[in-house]
Write a protein that binds this ligand. Sequence first.
Ligand code: ZN
Length: 96
Amino acid sequence: MPIYEYRSSQPPGCPHCQTTFEVMQSMASSPLETCPECSGPVEKVFSTTALHGTGSTGDVLSNKNLAAKGFTKYQKAGDGHYERVAGSGGPQVIQK
Ligand SMILES: [Zn+2]
């Protein structure tokens, strides 16, 4: 589920929303309009950090980050031949 960042749209807000706070929401749910702490108005902050603690989108999808998140990635290395490029699960090479 993506993480959205919000902050108070009408200062001063409360300590919770004076700075940005993160809410995990499904894509389908409607955006938060009020602070859960003080019920003051909040606005969504555009965030590219869908996966927390990572940098740009490129980093999120990097092999190193995929491995860190527990994903295993294979890359086609030939005809019916796949090499594991990220993660530790599964064989190093898959041969069809
Ligand atoms: Zn607040």
